[in-house]
Ligand binder design. Structure first.
Ligand code: RIB
Ligand code: CA
Length: 314
């Protein structure tokens, strides 16, 4: 039976590629819906970009919902400097054919989980956790239906990417992250420590581009654009492909290694707000609340991504 999932995202080139990876894997993943949140770019663009991915993935059966346009407490911070003004610069941006659902994403998440069976639905957040944090805060009874949360966010050894101490998704909405990490459901957290090991090198991008189908061509184009910022910042031969790590873990968990830890979120300090305090050595005495993923077989990850993108043959 495919795992029932909801992907909550802020496309963003890497979110977009995570969506394509999931949509190419219907045997393993049943995508109940895509919920968009403000993050990399404002909400009206993240929801549009999510719908464009459904067009590209030839999945007009998938429902897309718009969620929160700003974090729970803080003002919205966006990342056009990384993702471009469209959020998915590097591919041709058109008007999506897949419609936007009228229901608010948070209401969709609550309604879907309230009528679901126990521990039956996996949440896959790849942007700021605002929609998920709002849903849990508004309706805690939905927790019983959450099988697990597989999220991209946080940093330990790698340090921050949007402040010296904090990774972007957590920094944008630390209050929502605090709700999620305190929710008591199983969490698999993919932070920069692991995503910085899956670099979209020129060879890997060329291999994807050589597939010569529309989804792969769009992916290669998005990666070529997405690579420029982090290559210059880190000196890598490409950008870390953050968000698809969540979907890849669901498809092939053996590609990854993790450790059960307590992860706490800084929500007060102006200097370190959004910091994920990952208690890797268990010294805080705080209860384990997540599995912190710290290693990945990068070649195996790109083999998987390339094989799934090949399924979009025109
Ligand atoms: O820090 C990386 C994360 O922030 C990714 O999810 C990227 O899409 C941005 O949302
Ligand atoms: Ca994202």
């Amino acid at each position: 039976m495919p795992e029932k999932i909801i992907i909550d995202c802020d496309p963003g080139q890497d979110d977009a590629i995570a969506l394509l990876l999931a949509m190419a894997s219907p045997e393993e993943l049943e995508l109940l819906g895509i919920t968009a949140v403000a993050g990399n770019v404002p909400l009206h663009l993240t929801e549009r970009n999510a719908r464009l991915m459904c067009d590209l993935g030839r999945r007009d059966d998938i429902r897309v919902y718009a969620g929160c346009s700003k974090p729970m407490v803080r003002d919205l911070v966006t990342a056009e400097n990384v993702h471009g003004d469209t959020g998915i610069d590097g591919m041709q941006v058109t008007k999506p054919a897949v419609p936007l659902q009228s229901q608010h994403a948070v209401d969709f998440i609550i309604e879907t989980l309230k009528k679901a069976g126990e521990a039956s639905i996996t949440l896959v957040p790849t942007g700021p956790l605002t929609n998920i944090g709002m849903a849990i805060s508004r309706e805690p009874s939905i927790l019983r239906s959450i099988k697990r949360i597989v999220l991209m966010g946080g940093a330990m050894r790698e340090g921050g990417n949007y402040s010296p101490s904090a990774e972007f998704n957590i920094l944008v909405d630390p209050h929502a992250a605090k709700v999620v990490f305190a929710c008591g459901r199983p969490i698999t957290a993919m932070g920069l420590d692991v995503t910085h090991q899956v670099i979209a090198t020129k060879d890997r991008v060329a291999r994807i581009g050589a597939l010569e189908n529309s989804a792969a061509t769009a992916t290669a184009g998005m990666l070529s654009f997405f690579n420029r910022h982090d290559s210059a910042k880190y000196g890598f031969d490409g950008a870390p492909l953050h968000d698809p790590c969540t979907v890849a873990w669901l498809l092939q968990p053996d590609l990854f290694e993790g450790k059960d830890c307590n992860i706490a979120i800084e929500t007060e300090s102006p200097l370190t707000i959004g910091h994920t305090a990952v208690d890797f050595w268990g010294i805080s005495g705080r209860e384990v609340n997540a599995t912190w993923i710290h290693s990945v077989d990068a070649d195996g990850f790109y083999d998987l991504l390339t094989e799934r993108l090949a399924r979009y043959a025109d």
